[in-house]
Design a protein around this ligand. Structure first.
Ligand SMILES: *Cc1c(COP(=O)(O)O)cnc(C)c1O
Length: 554
């Protein structure tokens, strides 16, 4: 095993001279590192050309290659480590850009990202302060401005005034949607419980003093029951407690019900809890549905709530002239999260939050003498994270190379492909569409014709009981189909559990499909259904199939 053995004869003699060498730029193109670089590029291209999602090897078996916890005493050759990586890691990783990998939000990458990301790694800039990032700082601010403009469409004068202002921020870059959501609610909390007379604000004095000063028992943020779990993490770290994230009932299309929201606000106020934030979702993680953002903006205004839109997934829909209307009201949000590593097609590890008011982020400002001094243009004073890489460079590149029209095409084809897949499922005798897509996400399940007949039949107490039993059998089947298909390794759809109104809130296991890869064709989708129908004939599933038939013919 390559990673083992401190006394392997292949290991390099540790000396300062040898160590110094790995820090210098290799001069000759024929140097060892130069050749390694080429061979890695070739190997990666080979891997990316295969269309296998993952080889069928048990995780427990793979763990065997990663059991040694001893750090080698002396050095390994770079080439040895490379061989290990290619053999044990690359070969056993998941092919996230395969056209038949349609179960996750981890997107396929445009190939130019791979060479361009080398610039970022090679320069190793740190965005925490200008001393270690120079041009990367204005570049990052420019990207924030570009996306701010996409959401809020302010005039040129606004952007000229604030884009590079040392005291104002159009938003903040971070590692993803989770940190973006936490940052938004952090600013909302600090503004809602800000300095007031003698009270120095929640940021200085903490939640207990803040609630005492403002005469309440606690604070709350409201979101639909389809809210992403990052919001409950936010409520936890912000000292509200997870109970401080209040879930509101949704309608048939997984959208927040405004009447239920109003009732919850009244209920919280009654209990002495101060609701200060409201989150609208532009593209729920599970089903891709969009809350009525305009109505939410009205309610937020009425109750003076910070209105945050979680557009981690759906935000880039704004690029589409055809479909951006579905996000109407987003321009009234106080803050908006967009994940760049989802539908902006940038490598993993970059999200951002935009603020309508360029002064909003000052509520979380933090200074340290040695590093981020007051009045400097250092971005580190207004971000949750400290040291941060120059990922903005890759977002900048994607926005320029793909362009507005390019993104519009990508968004449109995703939405239209999802609609076409929904019709394909509707027309297929063995499947049932569970959620109609609004964006490029849909859910469905395997449901043979006998079962469909029973589910669509007349209502009676007996029928209701039979349906409950049937849904449980179908849940078992869907779980089996999804797991088996994943193990075969040719395609991947994910799985979640929903509580559709159609089945009176009974938990229903569904396949979840995310159509963000432009290389996924209708042919690929058809093949995924064909494979699922085949798996449904497995001997292992026979007993469940028989139970379904017996139940339906009762
Ligand atoms: C993905 C997602 C998040 C979290 O983003 P990460 O980048 O995974 O941290 C938050 N909200 C929604 C709606 C998402 O889809």
């Amino acid at each position: 095993m390559a990673s083992q053995g401190h006394s392997s004869d292949k290991s390099v003699r540790t000396s300062l001279d040898n160590l110094l060498r790995i820090f210098t730029v290799p001069e000759a193109p024929e140097s060892t590192l130069g050749r390694l670089d080429q061979s890695i590029s070739q190997n990666m291209a080979g891997f990316l050309q295969q269309h296998i999602v993952a080889e069928e090897i048990d995780l427990a078996e793979i763990e065997q290659d990663f059991t040694d916890t001893e750090i080698p005493e002396s050095a390994l050759l770079v080439s040895e480590q490379t061989d290990f990586l290619l053999d044990k890691v690359v070969a056993q990783s998941v092919h996230t850009s395969s056209p038949s990998f349609i179960g996750h939000m981890t997107s396929a990458l445009p190939y130019f990202m791979i060479p361009l990301s080398k610039i970022m790694i090679a320069l190793n800039q740190n965005l925490v302060k200008t001393e270690t990032s120079k041009a990367f700082t204005p570049l990052e601010r420019q990207v924030l401005g570009m996306l701010h403009r996409l959401v809020y469409s302010n005039d040129e004068a606004f952007y000229q005034r604030w884009l590079h202002d040392a005291h104002q921020h159009l938003g903040a870059f971070c590692s993803g949607g989770t940190i973006a959501n936490i940052t938004a609610l952090w600013a909302a909390r600090n503004r809602a419980f800000g300095p007031d007379g003698e009270f120095r604000g929640i940021a200085e004095e903490g939640v207990y003093a803040a609630f005492k000063h403002y005469g309440c028992e606690g604070g709350a943020v409201l979101v639909s029951e389809r809210g992403h779990y990052s919001l409950s993490k936010a409520a936890d770290v912000l000292g509200l407690g997870r109970a401080g994230l209040v879930a509101v009932e949704t309608d048939d299309l997984n959208r927040i019900r405004p009447e239920a929201l109003r009732a919850k606000i009244a209920e919280l106020t009654e209990q002495g809890i101060h609701p200060f934030g409201l989150v609208g979702i532009a593209g729920t993680t599970e089903t891709g549905h969009i809350d009525p953002l305009d109505t939410l903006a009205d309610i937020a205004e009425e109750h003076q709530l910070h209105f945050h839109v979680d557009g981690a997934w759906g935000g880039p829909t704004l690029f589409s002239e055809k479909y951006r209307g579905r996000l109407a009201g987003i321009e009234r949000a106080d803050s908006v999260t967009i994940d760049a590593h989802k539908q902006l097609y940038v490598p993993m590890g970059v999200g951002l939050v935009l603020f309508k008011d360029p002064a909003a982020l000052n509520s979380i400002e933090h200074h340290a003498q040695y590093i981020i001094r007051q009045g400097s243009k250092d971005l580190g004073s207004n971000t949750l994270e400290g040291s941060r890489p120059g990922m903005a460079m890759l977002v900048h590149s994607a926005l320029k190379i793909i362009g507005r029209r390019g993104y519009q095409l990508l968004i449109d084809q995703g939405i239209e492909k999802a609609a076409a897949f929904a019709r394909m499922i509707d027309a297929h005798p063995e499947f049932e569409l569970i959620t109609e897509p609004e964006l490029n996400i849909l859910t469905y399940r395997w449901c043979p014709p006998v079962a469909q007949t029973l589910l669509e039949g007349a209502d009676s107490a007996q029928a209701a009981e039979q349906r409950t039993e049937l849904n449980e059998l179908l849940n078992r089947s869907t779980r089996y189909l999804q797991k088996t298909q994943r193990e075969h390794g040719r395609a991947f759809v994910s799985r979640t559990r929903l509580t559709p109104k159609r089945y009176d809130g009974q938990p229903i296991v569904v396949f979840r499909v995310v159509l963000a890869n432009p290389l996924t064709t209708e042919e690929v989708l058809r093949e995924i259904l064909i494979e699922q129908v085949e798996i449904a004939k497995d001997a292992a599933l026979m007993p469940v199939r028989q139970q379904i038939e017996q139940l339906c013919l009762r």
